[in-house]
Design a protein around this ligand. Structure first.
Ligand code: ADP
Length: 726
């Protein structure tokens, strides 16, 4: 179908043509003819890179121009939200306003009322629904990207509940990878279904075993025995490769190993470009290995990398500067990063249940990354058989069908929070209504029988009553209590809230960071670190040394909670170091964690500390304790000792710059207002841009001499927030 033939607003067609797109791909045309433009729900299950985003853009903008209201676009990852936001902003020329929202779960975000397309993570939108901002009723279309994540154990329930809430209230467009039971999903959503395996670039699939490459069509190619030769061969042919492995360690190890082989194939200008890339990366133990690999045009990509490094790597790969990326599957979960050849080194991974096969759905998502539209005629996806039987892999992953999707609503942790929210935020006022709502879920649609779910819901309701989240009156009506309402809005597990509440009496008597951080680390909402065998004794010693500061007694060696407790102590110690201004690099080294881990711990701890303060307010708070907690929260947010709290509220002043200012004698806002520009510029990390920002914020006029200094100094010392956070 030609773009011109689309039955949509002319202005939409013009923007698409301006992108250089004249015709629609067959599944796109089919989707747009399905009735979705007239308001029908649609499940679109087609491979990655076959243009789902464009379809959803057309549907969203067409609807907004015709009917007004809002469209919400749900994604699974923050990084993806940013990516989509940047893409969608192109429609602002038609007067469609686009916003993105991800963090801060305790907010109505009324500001979003001014926007038409709202890109959000599923968790964020779920939390917004609980706060019921005024604009929610204007939402006329919900696009759920990667909707197959309904089957993900820890995140599926969120997406399922959002769709259960919005079903019937807004049009639904669900975008999915190919799954085994798309029909079932479509039936649930009362949606049209388009399934297709059409791809813009042809995909060839095969299995590699000890030097022999068996293609699915029966052809055979020979290579040197080691699978690395597949990556080297791709680069020799002027192409790129993505290698998927199951652990961070393997990603790093393979990257370094491949790098030595690939560097020989690089030209001088290519090596220079890589040097230039390396110079933009800051030093820490993780990036040390990264830099080593990058010298030969290879990078690893995993959740341990900081945001800045990940973006650098993704961009450099798109530009062709990096030739090979070794990645853990985080990369296959939606980032738009195709390569000519995809090599899947591992089809098993270690889980709580030991080594398990990676689902077909996931492997097929990885394979789908093969082939760069516009650059490659075909893409190649190759699975490496190491100990496995190559025929078995071919049958299972290449000729086989992806699994069915199963509802994960019954996952207790997620379900607990959802049941509470239904009662406290969504007006479900008795057990009958609760069951009535659950009957609208995918779980009910799929199982036909909600008996076991009802049973679980009952247990949860008892738990909620017993712990004063809700009450029940003589007619068996639910009465939301402040603890329940607040817990739900804070978007924390009721079990977390219970732990906080139980600890308050002890905390009031002895508020201290170690006790509070261990408490936070003991909640199910925290990504708590593991204490390795080698570390166990140290953390046990530390726990005994600081025993008086804990709000629980130290579990016995034989207690099943013992191991977990030591991990909590380790996590608490990381947080203690952080608020005592230990440099990040030292933290990575001491605890053997990656920057991405520290970032995640801090982000979660910040949210949990905020929730702790908010819940404490409900229990006749003592003012001094409340002040203590609030100030500890700020220290945690900024990673500083108390004396820097005033300085870190200033623009672009993080923990390092605040410490440098403080040590140079600038300890308060007044000190800075009175300071001479030249003296401020003497301080480590402070450039003219920063001074300008500070003065502007404090309402001080920049003296003339400073303009001169800017010319000399401005380029030398940077000043953006990004730069500082790097
Ligand atoms: P998906 O969301 O299915 O993974 P995208 O929507 O991101 O895929 O599309 C992948 C790429 O294909 C994008 O660069 C997009 O601009 C391009 N594209 C989409 N539709 C067409 C089309 N009809 N013709 C040419 N290129 C297209």
């Amino acid at each position: 179908m030609k773009v011109d033939e689309l039955p949509v607003d002319e202005r939409i067609k013009k923007i698409i043509r301006d992108r250089g797109i004249e015709g629609l791909y067959p599944p796109q045309a089919e989707a747009l003819k399905s009735g979705v433009l007239e308001g029908k729900n649609l499940v679109l299950a087609i491979p990655t890179a076959s243009g789902k985003t464009l379809v959803s853009e057309i549907i969203m903008v067409n609807k907004l121009l015709k009917e007004g209201g809002k469209a919400v676009y749900l994604v699974p990852l923050k990084a993806l939200a940013e990516e989509k936001y940047r893409e969608f902003r192109e429609w602002e020329s038609l007067g469609v306003r686009v916003a993105v929202t991800t963090g801060d779960y305790d907010s109505t975000d009324e500001w979003l009322g001014k926007y038409d397309i709202i890109v959000a993570t599923a968790e964020k939108f779920d939390s917004l629904l609980r706060h019921s901002p005024r604009w929610i009723k204007e939402v006329k279309l919900v696009v759920a990207d990667e909707v197959h994540l309904i089957g993900s154990y820890d995140r599926g329930a969120t997406l399922e509940m959002i769709l259960s809430h919005m079903l019937g209230r807004a049009q639904i467009l669900a975008l999915s990878a190919t799954i085994g039971n798309a029909e079932e999903l479509a039936e649930w959503l009362d949606a049209e279904l388009i399934v297709s395996d059409w791809r813009p670039v042809e995909l060839r699939k095969g299995v590699f075993h000890l030097g022999t490459l068996f293609w699915e069509d029966g052809k055979i190619d020979r290579y040197p025995e080691n699978w690395e030769s597949l990556a080297v061969d791709a680069v020799k042919r002027g192409k790129q490769a993505l290698v998927f492995v199951s652990t961070r360690q393997s990603a790093e190890k393979e990257a370094v190993s491949l790098s030595s082989k690939i560097s020989r194939l690089l030209t001088k200008p290519e090596l220079r470009e890589l040097e230039q890339l390396i110079s933009q990366i800051e030093d820490n133990p993780t990036t040390e290995k990264l830099k080593m690999a990058l010298k030969g045009g290879v990078a690893f990509h995993h959740a341990g990398l900081g945001r800045a490094e990940r973006t650098l790597i993704e961009d450099a790969f798109r530009e062709g500067i990096i030739k090979v990326i070794t990645a853990t599957p985080t990369l296959s979960a939606g980032l738009n990063l195709p390569a000519f050849r995809v090599i899947i080194r591992d089809t098993k991974r270690y889980t709580d249940f030991g080594w398990t096969d990676i689902p077909v759905l996931e492997i097929q998502q990885m394979m789908g990354r093969a082939g760069r539209p516009k650059y490659d005629k075909v893409g190649e996806a190759i699975i490496v058989a190491r100990t496995e039987d190559p025929k078995g892999l071919l049958g299972k992953y290449i000729q086989g069908k992806p699994e069915k999707l199963f509802s994960m609503l019954a996952n207790e942790q997620a379900f607990r929070g959802q049941v509470l929210a239904l009662i406290t935020n969504f007006g479900v006022s008795n057990f009958r209504e609760l069951i009535g709502f659950l009957e609208r879920t995918f779980y009910a649609h799929q199982r036909k029988d909600t008996a076991s779910l009802e049973y679980k819901a009952k247990d949860i309701v008892y738990f909620l009553i017993e712990n004063e989240f809700i009450d029940i009156d003589l007619e068996n009506n639910f009465i939301p209590l402040p603890l329940g309402k607040r817990t739900s809005q804070l978007y924390i597990d009721p079990l977390t809230a219970k732990k906080f509440k139980d600890a308050f009496p002890a905390l009031e008597k002895n508020p201290n960071p170690f006790g509070i951080f261990q408490l936070i680390a003991s909640t199910p909402d925290m990504a708590t670190l593991n204490a390795s065998r080698r570390e166990m004794e140290d953390y046990l010693d530390l726990a005994y040394e600081l025993e008086g500061n804990l709000y629980i007694s130290i579990p016995d060696y034989e207690d099943p909670r013992f191991q977990g407790f030591l991990g909590q102590v380790k996590t608490a110690k990381v947080l203690l170091d952080w608020i005592n201004e230990v440099p990040e690099v030292r933290i990575y080294e001491t605890y053997n964690i990656d920057p991405g881990d520290l970032y995640r711990i801090l982000e979660l701890a910040d949210w949990l500390m905020y929730s702790l303060v908010e819940l404490y307010r409900l229990f006749e708070p003592k003012e001094d304790v409340l002040n203590y907690l609030s100030s500890l929260h700020l220290r945690l947010r900024h990673g500083v000792r108390e004396e820097l709290l005033e300085l870190v509220t200033l623009p672009n002043i993080g923990r390092k710059r605040a410490r440098a200012l403080y040590n140079a004698g600038f300890r308060t806002r007044e000190d800075i207002m009175r300071a001479k520009v030249k003296d401020l510029l003497e301080v480590e990390g402070i450039g003219i841009k920063i001074v300008e920002g500070l003065f502007k914020h404090l309402g001080v006029e920049m003296p003339g001499e400073a303009k001169e200094a800017e010319k000399k100094d401005g380029r030398k010392k940077g000043g953006t927030l990004d730069e500082f956070l790097k």
